[in-house]
Design a protein around this ligand. Structure first.
Ligand code: MG
Length: 248
């Protein structure tokens, strides 16, 4: 027997104002730009160790203390060169990146660092990948090679067909426009700031999102607390990415 609605008949007549023609509304396109370290993965020190080893290999000495949070690799090696009072020529930068890449790959493969993918990352990436109007990319301070190694090592490479990297520019705020250009080339359409969300774990990710007029979803899995990220103007803060599914 058919259930009977509250009004009496199950097949109640349509109200006069109900549109008879179907209205098709395309879901909005969205571009999601993810940071890597502290946001997607923790390399367990493999990345920091690779920088320290590359510095010893290239300069023959211990380098300065490094502030990696949200920094670009080009910015980091400019600081290392400044510490040794050596001009960072393109040749020296290339040689440093080569040393770093070799150390990073070895550390990830053999170094026994306690790396991990953060809670909720796979759930969010799988969910976004199912959405036909979602485009995913990287916006990271890592070099392109470093980013590729980390994403391959942790099984996430499949989610990220393009990115803007720390070898593209030393200033993270200049990486947003590069990411938008590459997203457009990849997806065949331009994304507006309203259609772009940056996901990261540091104040530098927030600044970099706002520099292109985009919002930033900040996650407190890295070095910064939720309160600190809020104080730096994050548009939404979560403690792990699984809490973000409803919001994105
Ligand atoms: Mg980070």
């Amino acid at each position: 027997m058919l259930p009977v609605g509250r009004g009496g008949s199950f097949l109640a007549p349509r109200p006069a104002f109900f549109p008879t023609e179907r209205i098709l509304i395309a879901p909005p396109s969205m571009l999601y730009l993810f940071d890597i370290d502290g946001t997607l993965v923790d390399t367990g020190g493999a990345g920091m160790m690779a920088l320290q080893e590359a510095t010893r290999e290239v300069f023959g000495h211990e380098g300065p203390a490094l502030d990696l949070a949200g920094s670009t690799d080009l910015g980091i090696i400019a600081n290392i060169h400044a510490h040794f009072e050596i001009e960072p020529t393109p040749e020296r930068i290339a040689a440093y990146f080569e040393a770093y890449q070799g150390r990073l790959d070895w550390n990830l493969a053999n170094g026994n660092f306690p790396g991990r993918v953060y809670t909720g990352v796979l759930e969010v990436l799988n969910e976004l990948s199912k959405r036909p109007h979602a485009t995913l990319g990287l916006l990271t301070g890592n070099t392109a090679g470093g980013a590729a190694s980390k994403m391959r090592h942790f099984g996430l490479a499949v989610f990220f067909p393009f990115g803007a990297y720390g070898c593209d520019h030393a200033d993270r705020n200049r990486l947003g426009p590069i990411a938008l250009e590459r997203a457009a080339a990849h997806a065949g359409k331009n994304f507006t700031p309203q259609e772009t969300l940056v996901i990261g774990d540091t104040p530098k990710d927030i600044a970099c999102a706002h520099a292109i007029g985009a919002k930033c979803l900040a996650v407190s899995t890295g070095q910064f607390t939720a309160a600190a990220l809020e104080a730096h103007g994050a548009d939404h803060v979560v403690e792990s990415l699984d809490e973000a599914l409803a919001w994105i």
